[in-house]
Design a protein around this ligand. Sequence first.
Ligand code: ADE
Length: 984
Amino acid sequence: MSLRTRSCLLSLFLGVVFSRLSLCNQVVLLDTTSVLGELGWKTYPINGWDAITVMDEHNRPIHTFQVCNVMEPNQNNWLHSNWIPRQAAHRIYVELRFTLRDCNSIPWVSGTCKETFNLFYHETDDAHGIKFKPPLFTKIDTIAADESFTQMDLGDRILKLNTEVREVGPISRKGFYLAFQDIGACIALVSVRVYYKKCPFTLINLASFPDTVPRVDSTSLVEVRGACIDHAEEKETPKLFCGVDGAWLVPLGKCVCSVGYQEVGGTCVACRPGFYKANPETNCTKCPPHSFSYGEGAFVCRCEKGFYRAKKDPPTMACTRPPSPPRNLMFSMNDTCLMLEWTPPLDTGGRRDLTYNVLCKRCSPEPSRCQLCEEELRFLPRPLGLTNTTVTIVDFAAHANYTFEIESLNGVSGLSSFPRQVAIITVSTDQGGPSRVGGLKKDWASPSSIALSWQQPEQMLPVAEYEIKYYEKEHEQLSYSSTRTKAPSVIVSGLKPATWYVFSVRTRTAGGHSSYSPKFEYQTTGDSSDMAPDQGQVLVIATASVGGFTLLIILTLFLLITGRCQWYFKAKMTSEDKRRTTCQNGHVPFPGVKTYVDPDTYEDPTQAVHEFTKEIDPPRIRIERVIGAGEFGEVCSGRLRTPGKKEIAVAIKTLKGGYVEHQRRDFLREASIMGQFDHPNIIRLEGVVTKSRPVMIVVEYMENGSLDSFLRQHDGHFTVIQLVGMLRGIASGMKYLSDMGYIHRDLAARNTLVNSNLVCKVSDFGLSRVLEDDPEAAYTTTGGKIPIRWTAPEAIAYRKFSSASDAWSYGIVMWEVMSYGERPYWEMSNQDVILSIEEGYRLPAPMGCPVALHQLMLHCWQKERNHRPKFTDIVTFLDKLIRNPSSLLPLVEDLQSLPESPVEEMDYPMFISVGDWLDSIKMSQYKSSFMAAGFNTLDSVARMSIEDVRRTGVELIGHQRRIVSCIQTLQLQLLHEQEKGFHV
Ligand code: ADE
């Protein structure tokens, strides 16, 4: 770069506009002051202009042209230059420096003396001289002096020099001539400088821009793209615009020094050894630890021996190495879990991406016989890529030797050829933990449930519980669910239809967990097209925490597939046949299942009696004593003899004399119904006496009479299993009835009879008559007579009786049984019962009631009748409980943690104070005792134990029981309210 260019650059305005009119943006085509030899300009006429050359102090010529013919008129003196090449110019500038004499300062010249001269030019490609003719020339301008000098100035040696610049263009020929016409002035032309303007070469933003000639058209700019200087690269295309005045305008874009180079004073200089630059936008920096650069201009530093850079490591990062092995590897083991624990390596290799891999080898006694065993074991969270310094191993075999190698790794472990560094430990599982369960098999499956059972393992310690782990096969091991049971069977519910699941089971004993059984895969059945999504599935969840463990009982029962009435009798049917196929309240009989026939469908009810009952010859009956009174007459006990059979005890219902026909018909209707049933939990009809007086219905004798009074008489006498056995019997009888399509409508403990073996049998059939007969039945607003406390809300509201409404009643019977004959809802009025049920209130668990049973009750009391369990489900569930008595151990009052979701739709009323609460449970008499004992907030009451209740002064067992039961409900209420965001 020339000195001149540099000086031009210094004068740049860095921002937008370069210095204006400085010499650096001018290309000089002619400067008479710098012509050393003869100028060779021509004059016409000879006596016009004079070329006078004088030497300056440096002995360089100064070419001047003078004329001063001011005394003579009509002067026309021409001076013209040599041919001046245009070069790249489109527009030229002519700068004249001259002096001019003031005409007034010259005596006697008025009229002839002039004070101007004319400037002309002539464009031509011909460089070899012209024959001068004034008309060839074009006038540029008349030049006048800004200042003219006088005689006095001369005397004072004052030189008044004028400088005038004129612009000429556009010019397009290769060159041109200039001409000066004098018309009678006194002039000394001191210098002529001819130039054009350019935007000069420049460097800006590490890009170079060449000399650029502006456009002639003064309104447009020349766009110039810059070139990045050496070792620089474009960040954004560098551009400048050349203005008409030779000024660069509007710098855009830029270059940056390439990797390995950094900018120093507008150039890109190589990084020194030991430094590097990896990113064009940064500066050279020292090599990171464990790396070096020998030469100049390094864009990355190389790792020292033994150190590496992982693929994703940035060049700015230090070189690193694999970690040293983990330290202090230890194991701890219980019967089901083997925990390996270690401390991180001393040397992490300088990285943070430390992980651990666990390799397992199972070795038999012969030393060389080892095989890999990761596949057999389950590592929690996983065997490879561990970030914590611990891993839990389950599903390991007993009596085995495992060798575990823990390897620490980091991001450069794979780059090192150095042998793996591992910590090794050998673990023997020969510690005699609980043995695994075996023989896991599927009992049945529904679209949403699978019932499993398995063999109890043979071992010394009793099994405390089984844990069943399961997951969807398709989503293998992504996540799994587990459930627990005390019996060697379970119903896993909440499953997807037609989906394969993987199950395995382990035991827990006082000695710890066993390993899991091998995995078994079972599939749920497909969805039934005529089932509503929720129908047919009832989930009974019992969760309780007892003595530090939680029991979860899940029962999912499935719906019998329903369909429209199926005509299973062939084509031609008698009216009788038709009756047989008639469904009571829409009940759908199954092919091959005996169906209940409504006696009212017989035109002559006597015919139904004949059809379904046996006539007993009265002498076979021996009445012994009156045991009760019914609506139609006395109920007696007695004996019945049947030829060839053992005499049996019977109960004899009599129709008192003076009856009218419809009373006889109603009386015998029950026999016609009962006579159709044959089930161990339905009271058996022995026969009727209709052909003589008194008309009698003879049924099997039930020694313990009705269930409600029996329980009241034996309050607290039975084990839970015995009570559940009774309930199971009732459920079984009801399943039989519902399967036959019979809806009882008045199921209650008072209508259930108990024999000497504690077998409960459902009795009191007779549809509307039953209700007339029932002292509990009350008239509803719709005019029906209904036993409100036992009846489902939809049956009360709009007489929608069904097996589902019988299931509601069954829940009440459960409550009656578990409370030993307590009256449901105690002294609450029927109206209050209806209202509180509507508000979501449900009977709390009776004292001593297993969680599982109360949960089953709550399910029977679901508002949505399709969500209630079917009797078949109830029987299955109770069977499970009976087979697995420990599942009945958790009692509601033992709840330490509350069930997460007691029952959907449950919505309990809120109480404000302990007093209100005691009022609501009809225990107002204990208000002062509660206050005195410090139980003055509902929260504190909710935490009361049975002992607290006793200490508070509640002495009566029944009252204790009621209060404790209601505390359970209160807990649920408070939980419920908390969930809703309320504060008590
Ligand atoms: N009360 C009503 N029916 C009875 C029966 N079958 N056995 C005993 N007592 C009864």
